[in-house]
Design a binder for this molecule. Structure first.
Ligand SMILES: *Cc1c(COP(=O)(O)O)cnc(C)c1O
Length: 473
């Protein structure tokens, strides 16, 4: 491909992209394919000879597109959203074109300094105290891993980095039973051992019970364990429950335990001053993560990781081989020392474009709209005689189930709701997912897609009711 062909092909793709955004709500949200269907259409070997772009693009349309789940469809209301938006896509085009590897200041001064500034913008926009500084990581999983590694090095005075785990000492990590699975994965990777992750009980709202946390810490101390870190969640993945940060933070301060806050999804709601109560006590936390790549219209990957003790973070990760030394090292941030990989994409650019294109007010309006749509739907579900809510709805995720009032067998209800969810998925008109709360099969509906409008919610609710009706007819 030469530059002229590139220009022509790129123009064609931009048209395709704009058409896609216009049409995406009409696509089946979930593709109608079986495992292996795509693979069997792909040749076993890469081509020996160059193929035309036209042929490649045709295959993209004919083989790949029919196998895609459409996350950007406003009818996608499963998991948590992974939103993109026009400014974010445009920035990614530039990022890919520049192809810069932004591991240190010298390897792209503008990328480093823009990251520094947009992370400050974002910190102020969500009301995080000034003591926090941030860097962009790939995911919340990685950000939390960074936090746990910081905690590990802090409590061992950097011994593990130097000579491995001290003999005879067992470190304990605490989170709630509703915490995201990535915490367990991170505990394994950080070398603490999965058995040393204590999952603390939750209350009737699925939030961590601080007294149970303190009890677990005391018991561990009595038994000779070393309490090391607590992970509190603002917006759990199951039901967006909000752990009581202030009480947890006070316990952590009392026992000198590292506190990490996982607000991967719900952190975006902190853009609204009215939702800042969720973060009350944040000054007691050592680190905080939220994902603009979920609800904040910045396409994957972009995870905002903030820490109070920058020196601890850098000392945990810093390496200085001869070939990476630069004359400016003492005066600049080298973000390679702020996380796990050496290489870094230029992710600040899309965040910059998103923040400027929407403006803080534009972002707030979208978030407010999503929350209000969810609150309306919550009321309708609550008022329906054959549906019930299974958790509070502090934001825009609704946990509910179909519960005809003449069925009370829990197992039957679980089966019925699983069937209902499968029918919803197979309809292609709506994509929802499920969780289990207190053993109950729970359908989740999350209203946070970039281009969500009231009519999509109305249609979704109609479809749910109709499919439920036909299940018992
Ligand atoms: C989605 C989610 C994660 C994982 O996010 P990744 O960026 O995919 O690693 C972690 N914690 C919570 C609460 C989440 O909702």
């Amino acid at each position: 491909m030469d530059n002229n062909e590139f220009r022509e092909n790129a123009h064609q793709l931009v048209d395709w992209m704009a058409d896609y955004f216009e049409e995406v709500e009409n696509y089946p949200v979930k593709p109608d394919v079986d495992p292996g269907n795509i693979l069997e259409q792909l040749p076993g070997e890469a081509p020996q000879e160059a193929e035309s772009f036209e042929k490649q693009f045709n295959d993209f349309q004919n083989i790949i597109m029919p196998g895609m789940t459409h996350w950007q469809s406003p009818n996608f209301m499963g998991y948590f959203p992974a939103n993109t938006s026009f400014p974010s896509v445009l920035a990614e085009m530039l990022t890919a074109t520049l192809g810069a590897q932004c591991m240190s200041w010298l390897t792209s001064p503008a990328a480093t300094e823009l990251e520094e500034q947009v992370m400050e913008w974002l910190r102020k926009a969500i009301g995080l105290p000034k003591v926090f500084t941030g860097a962009i990581q790939s995911t919340a999983s990685t950000s939390t891993l960074c936090a746990l590694l910081m905690a590990r090095e802090k409590i061992t005075d950097f011994t593990v980095n130097e000579s491995g785990f001290p003999k005879g000492e067992t470190f304990r990590i605490y989170c709630s039973s509703e915490t995201h699975s990535s915490i367990e994965k991170d505990v394994k990777i950080a070398g603490f051992g999965r058995q040393n992750l204590r999952k603390i009980q939750v209350d009737e709202n699925y939030a961590m019970k601080p007294d149970a946390l303190e009890k677990a810490i005391r018991k561990d101390l009595e038994n000779g364990f070393t309490p090391t870190a607590v992970v509190a969640t603002i917006g759990t993945t199951g039901s967006t429950a909000i752990d009581p940060l202030k009480e947890i933070g006070e316990i952590c301060s009392r026992y000198d335990i590292f506190l990490h806050v996982d607000a991967a999804y719900a952190g975006t709601a902190l853009l609204l001053p009215k939702k800042r109560w969720m973060n009350e006590g944040i000054e007691l936390a050592d680190s905080f993560v939220f994902n603009p790549h979920k609800w904040m219209f910045t396409n994957f990957d972009c995870s905002a990781f903030y820490v109070q003790d920058e020196a601890l973070l850098v000392r945990t990760f810093e390496i200085m081989p001869e070939y990476l030394k630069t004359p400016e090292d003492q005066r600049v941030k080298n973000y390679r020392d702020w996380g796990i990989p050496l290489g870094r994409r230029f992710r600040a650019l899309k965040l910059w474009f998103v923040l400027r294109s929407f403006g803080i007010e534009g972002l707030q309006n979208k978030i407010r709209q999503h929350i209000s749509l969810a609150q309306n739907l919550k009321d309708q579900i609550e008022q329906h005689q054959h549906f019930e809510l299974l958790a509070p709805v502090p934001l825009n995720a609704i946990c509910f189930r179909f519960h005809p009032n003449y069925i009370d067998d829990e197992e039957k209800l679980n089966e019925l709701n699983e069937k209902l969810l499968n029918q919803i998925q197979d309809s292609g008109k709506l994509f929802l997912t499920h969780t289990k709360l207190n053993g109950k099969y729970t359908i989740r509906i999350v209203l946070g897609n970039t281009n969500l409008e009231e009519r999509h919610v109305d249609e979704a609710w109609k479809l749910i009711q109709n499919l439920a009706q036909s299940l018992i007819a």
